[in-house]
Design a binder for this molecule. Structure first.
Ligand code: UDX
Length: 466
């Protein structure tokens, strides 16, 4: 295969799958100046995207999609043959959800999409996987695709995992920390470097490796982040038992550059469409490969994380005097984290639903995720404002730390509730501020009755005295 046949100087980019990942990648490739054809099997989704409407909430993305559908650089199709005919480099961005039974990832969409594409190809092509897959997928895919392409047409498969966070998807794609290029040939590396030339010029680190390592880098990164959150939660449990404060502990250990401050937020734990299922898929793959220690460590991470949801519900029950039956509870937040309307495996929604199952009258308010949450949990009540959710409540639970919820004024919220009692499941509020306004405040892993001087304020004090 020659570079020219695989990726001409101005390659046309194909994107298969238009979920969070595919839509963001397609719009960002158009922003980088390429002509892009993005395909999805859902005609309804294609029609919405073509008219510039996003089927989900993601800051800055709708504007990019509208700009480039208008400029003609980005178009959407339901027909994979359109992509095969137009594009030179094809990015696979379809979902790899947790399989129906067990923990493994279901890669059937990846294989089905690649097979369909390979059968329509009219010239040599580079297929680049971006979805998160179990290690070994690229090799299996390459073996399966080779005989499917028409005689004389060569197909190379590479893996270039995506690290974008929901809520920051556009920025993470245009200005990533690193690009991991899992390639089997110098030609594929050259083609990908050419596509990402501006991103590399803007400072992204480039790691060139084999596809198996690239596949593992992605799941390892997510498993490490999950482990870090779970470590913070274990320390929170210890702090609670010992009368210490996990927020100060996390701030203090995070000042060590070898540890770093991020992903040490103890509380309700991680969720979403990636971290939990990628962790479980890695556990399943470690099992298949007979790597027992990895399986055990990551199994505990998953278990502790699920346990945080139970702890939160138990704390709510305790605060309500042993039972929540008939108790009015305001659940602030339903999305799995701020900045998104995604409620997939959301700890916040799981806690609200569990409290409802225990007999509480739960009203949920999320600034962007009410509709998605209602679709999953139609029996919950929803309110358009935090004040409406809090009306008559004997307990308010902060479940997702949206900025507008964290900034709520406890004095202004006070008249809406029956009992001023706050369970801050994300340790996002200032306990003193809420206590001074007359609220009972309970965080996670912190002694809320003792005034805590944070490390941040001590550092600032030291600076002021110098
Ligand atoms: C994650 C990875 O960050 C990203 O690189 C990958 O491509 C996809 O998966 P995302 O799912 O958008 O991205 O969520 P992220 O911002 O990583 O947060 C994951 C979860 O961890 C959230 O539920 C969040 O609330 C939780 N979290 C995060 C904590 O509980 N404590 C923290 O300190 C940080």
């Amino acid at each position: 295969m020659t570079l020219n046949s695989m990726a001409p100087l101005e390659p046309v980019i194909g994107v298969i799958g238009t979920g969070y990942l595919g839509t963001t990648h397609a719009a960002c490739m158009a922003e980088l100046g390429f002509e892009v054809v993005a395909q999805d099997q859902s005609r309804e989704r294609v029609a919405r995207l073509a008219s510039g409407e996003l089927p989900f909430y993601e800051p800055a993305l709708a504007e990019l999609v509208r700009r480039h559908t208008a400029s003609g650089r980005l178009r959407f199709t339901a027909d994979v043959a359109d992509v095969a005919a137009a594009a030179d480099v094809h990015f696979l961005c379809v979902g790899t959800p947790q399989a129906g039974e067990g923990m493994a990832a279901d890669t059937s969409q990846v294989f089905a999409a690649a097979r369909a594409l390979a059968m329509c190809l009219e010239r040599d092509a580079l297929i680049v996987g971006k979805s998160t897959v179990p290690v070994g997928t690229t090799e299996a895919l390459a073996a399966e695709l080779a005989p499917l392409a028409a005689p004389g047409i060569e197909v190379e498969v590479a893996w270039n995992p995506e690290f974008l966070r929901e809520g920051h998807a556009v920025d993470d794609t245009l200005r990533p920390d690193r690009l991991v290029l899992g390639v089997s040939s110098g030609e594929a590396e050259k083609a990908l470097r050419q596509i990402y030339v501006d991103v590399i010029r803007d400072g992204a680190a480039v790691v060139v490796t084999d596809p198996a390592t690239a596949e593992l880098v992605k799941v390892a990164a997510n498993a490490f982040l999950a482990t870090k959150v779970t470590f913070a939660n274990l320390m929170g449990e210890l702090c609670e038992a010992a009368g210490a404060d996990v927020t100060t502990l996390a701030e203090s250990i995070g000042l060590d550059p070898r540890i770093g401050p991020q992903f040490l937020g103890a509380g309700l734990g991680f969720g979403g469409g990636c971290l939990p299922k990628d962790l479980r898929a890695l556990i399943a793959r470690a099992d298949e490969l007979g790597v027992g220690h990895a399986r055990r460590l990551l199994g505990v991470v998953d278990e502790v994380n699920e346990g945080q949801r139970v702890r939160t519900v138990e704390t709510a029950v305790e605060l309500c005097g042993g039972s929540v039956a008939g108790v009015r509870i305001a659940a602030l937040g339903a999305a799995f984290k701020p900045g998104t309307d995604d409620v997939r495996d959301s700890p916040s929604l799981a806690v609200a639903a569990r409290l409802r199952d225990l007999g509480a009258i739960v009203t949920v308010h999320d600034p962007h995720a009410n509709d998605n949450a209602r679709a999953v949990e139609p029996d919950l009540c929803f309110a358009a404002t935090p004040e409406d959710a809090c009306r008559g409540a004997s307990l308010v639970v902060l479940l997702t730390e949206w900025e507008e919820l964290v900034r709520l004024d406890p004095r202004e919220l006070r008249p809406y509730v029956a009992v001023p009692r706050m369970l801050d499941a994300r340790n996002a509020l200032d306990p003193q501020r809420w206590q001074l306004a007359g609220w009972e405040h309970r965080g996670f892993g912190r002694s809320s009755d003792r005034a805590q001087l944070s490390v941040g304020s001590r550092v600032r004090e030291t600076e002021l005295m110098q």
